[in-house]
Design a protein around this ligand. Structure first.
Ligand code: API
Length: 258
């Protein structure tokens, strides 16, 4: 049976996106999902996203990592599915949709998508790193020579080591560029490699850099291998991070059938 798909990328984090409002896609076949994401034997992507109907909000987002397993929230994927929903005519400039971590608002204008992330209240600080969940789990650590850093091997070591072990975490390596801007390189769980950017990752980095006093700004610029992203946020009286927005481009690259 022919499968129609669209290929999107958000600052180089790339996805196969499928309109599954008919619910005809076989979600039980993780081997097939991994094959569709395979960069040699399939279409090639960091993940696969299904757009489905939802009884109350504009649509539902279902996300699978390149390993074929359903995963936690994908921030760049959330930006891309918003652009896809506009392309399909399901939405105009603003939307609310449901993902695995709950409801998300998003706005789109001239290819730039602003995606609201869930509030973050629990940030753990350790000697050389921080850990927080921004819809997906993230380990954040500052390194000196980010440009030449061995993200894949060092990232895998931390991701599979204690305390993350098999469940794992995404691993973000960071360098401060200026008062409110940082460069980030991310090893992504479920891709098991460096990706060109990670939306929940740069969100985690912005909040981690703020809580550790590296920046006092509530608008943080993140430079990734795949392009620039901006994070804006507020802090509630109780010290929780809220009104968190992930802002950046989302682009349709091609459509196809397989
Ligand atoms: N690999 C992540 C999910 C996708 C996150 C990333 N692509 C993003 O943009 O947030 C995980 O398994 O936790």
């Amino acid at each position: 049976m022919t499968l129609n798909f669209y290929k999107y990328q958000g600052t180089g984090n790339d996805f196969v996106i499928i309109d599954n409002r008919s619910l005809s896609f076989d979600k039980s076949n993780s081997k097939n999902i991994a094959k569709l994401c395979d960069r040699r034997f399939g279409i090639g992507a960091d993940g696969l996203i299904l757009l489905e109907n939802h009884p109350k909000v504009d649509f539902r987002m279902v996300y699978y990592n390149a390993d074929g397993n359903e995963s936690s929230m994908c921030g760049n994927g959330g930006r891309c599915i918003t652009a896809f929903a506009k392309f399909l005519g399901i939405i105009d400039r603003a939307t609310t949709f449901e993902a695995i971590d709950g409801l998300h608002k998003a706005e789109i204008e001239k290819g730039i998508v602003k995606l609201q992330m869930q509030d973050v209240s629990n940030i753990e600080t350790f000697e050389n790193h921080l850990f927080l969940d921004t819809g997906s789990p993230h380990h954040v650590e500052l390194v000196d020579n980010l440009k030449d850093f061995d993200v894949k091997n060092k990232g895998a070591e931390i991701r599979y080591g204690a305390p993350y072990n098999e469940v794992g975490s995404n691993i973000n390596f960071v360098k401060q560029n200026s008062e409110n801007s940082f460069a980030v390189r991310t090893y992504e769980r479920g891709v098991e490699d460096e990706t060109l950017s990670c939306g929940t990752g740069v969100t985690a980095v912005a909040l981690a850099m703020h809580i550790s006093g590296k920046t006092t700004s509530k608008q943080v610029d993140l430079e990734t291998q795949g392009g620039k992203l901006k994070i804006a946020f507020d802090i509630s009286e109780s010290g929780d991070y809220n009104n968190i927005w992930l802002i950046g481009p989302a682009t349709q690259v091609f459509k196809g059938e397989i």
